[in-house]
Design a binder for this molecule. Structure first.
Ligand code: F6P
Length: 406
């Protein structure tokens, strides 16, 4: 469909994150003001198309206008949207879009809206799903990466990551002083699915002593627990009587039958093994075996909070870039952050990479075990697992292949 004034749709899919509204706001402002286009917000991801197809939602109801003119008094006209986290459109993180009848309904809804293009905000899984639908329906698609996990390949940053790093860093700061007051080992479990970016960045910024990542310490076994305990015991020698351990949720128990959250398992293992080592006559573990452990699972707090200024700026620039691409009719592209700038890349190889990695059950954009951020942690004396040179076998087997450049 081509109109003289374009009609574009926006949707958010997958888990929400801070900064989505800042993208939406920028798209609406830029498309309305600069281009004079109509913008439609699809409610709850692809579900919105189904509702349109069924006639439960009329296209006019989905029109998006610049926000703020309904705010009373002196605040009238103030556009607050970029300050709120979540998605004003609602998001969808589950669904059966690969069922032929469901896909058919979605394509019907898209057609009914007579859209010239769709801008879709998603993580690796949801971008893959939307791309497949776009191919079927011949949609003009632009993707924008968003996720607190920062695991969308071919972009250095995804919307929401920076704010989540701030949130976790603040939580670690708050845990530090209560840990110190009670001579405790505080274990903080951090989101990120099977990527360790959030744990690594926040762990460094928040002063962690140990950071456990799926890319470097994928399995917590006895040898790993010993090294963690050694680190904590060494702190005690330096008169530090508390410790902060950050564990990414993607790290796994050695015992596959374990169903407890990994943070609880790590805390319990530290307690149990330090006592066992001390009882076996390893004097350097005596003392630390008396330290209490406590666990904080940060959970969905990491998905909210006022978007950081970086996230707001990047989100705003992403939104404007997406409008630029639609204006230039350069479709099937992913907006990316690269070298401090907003760029775009063809979606096809990005999606192929995601599919390949997911097929092999590995992360599409893991922490680079040789990267500078891991080196930074090591230089500070943070335990992040053995250096790669100490475990050549695991290196070869590592799933943490850096994302190829386009
Ligand atoms: O992908 C974002 C994320 O927040 C992950 O870090 C986390 O594992 C997952 O989503 C949680 O998903 P849900 O909100 O469905 O519980």
């Amino acid at each position: 469909m081509t109109h003289s004034k374009k009609r574009i749709g926006i949707l958010t899919s997958g888990g929400d994150c801070p900064g989505l509204n800042a993208v939406i706001r920028a798209i609406v402002k830029c498309a309305n003001r600069r281009e004079g286009w109509e913008v439609y917000g699809i409610p709850y991801g692809t579900d919105g198309f189904i509702e349109v197809a069924k006639g439960n939602r009329q296209p006019e109801e989905l029109r998006l206008w610049e926000h703020g003119y309904d705010i009373p008094g002196v605040l009238q006209g103030l556009d607050l949207l970029q300050f709120f986290s979540g998605s004003v459109l609602g998001s969808l993180s589950k669904g059966d879009t690969r069922e032929p009848e469901v896909a058919q309904r979605i394509l019907e809804g898209y057609k009914k809206l007579e859209l010239d293009a769709l801008i879709s905000l998603g993580g690796d899984g949801s971008l893959d799903i939307i791309y497949e639908l776009a191919q079927k329906g011949n949609w003009n698609l632009i993707g924008i990466p968003k996720t607190i996990d920062n695991d969308v390949p071919f972009t250095e940053r995804s919307v929401g990551f920076d704010t989540a790093v701030d949130t976790v860093t603040a939580a670690l700061y708050n845990l530090t002083f209560t840990a110190a007051s009670h001579e405790r080992v505080m274990v903080a479990q951090v989101m990120g699915r099977n990527a360790g970016h959030l744990a690594l960045h926040a762990g460094i910024a928040g002063g962690a002593d140990v950071i456990l990542l799926p890319e470097l310490t994928p399995i917590i076994n006895e040898e790993e627990v010993r090294r963690i305990c050694e680190k904590i015991a060494s702190l005690r020698k330096e008169m530090r009587r508390f410790a902060l351990v950050v564990v990414a949720e993607g790290v796994e128990h050695e015992d596959r039958r374990q169903t407890r959250e990994i943070g609880y398992y790590v805390a319990e293992q530290i307690k149990e093994y330090s006592k066992r080592f001390c009882d076996a006559g390893e004097a350097n573990f005596c003392g630390m075996d008396q330290m209490d452990t406590r666990v904080t699972v940060l959970g969905h707090l990491q998905r909210s909070g006022t978007p950081s200024s970086f996230d707001r700026l990047m989100a705003t620039n992403f939104g404007i870039k997406a409008v630029d691409l639609v204006a230039a009719e350069q479709y099937n592209r992913l907006v990316v952050w690269e070298g401090g700038k907003v760029e775009s890349k063809p979606l096809e190889p990005v999606i192929q990479h995601i599919r390949r990695c997911h097929g092999e059950r590995r992360c599409a954009s893991p922490v680079d075990p040789y990267g500078f951020m891991v080196e930074t942690a090591r230089s500070l004396g943070i335990y992040v697992g053995l250096p790669p040179s100490c475990k050549p076998y695991q290196q070869e087997q590592s799933s943490a292949t850096p994302t190829p450049a386009l």
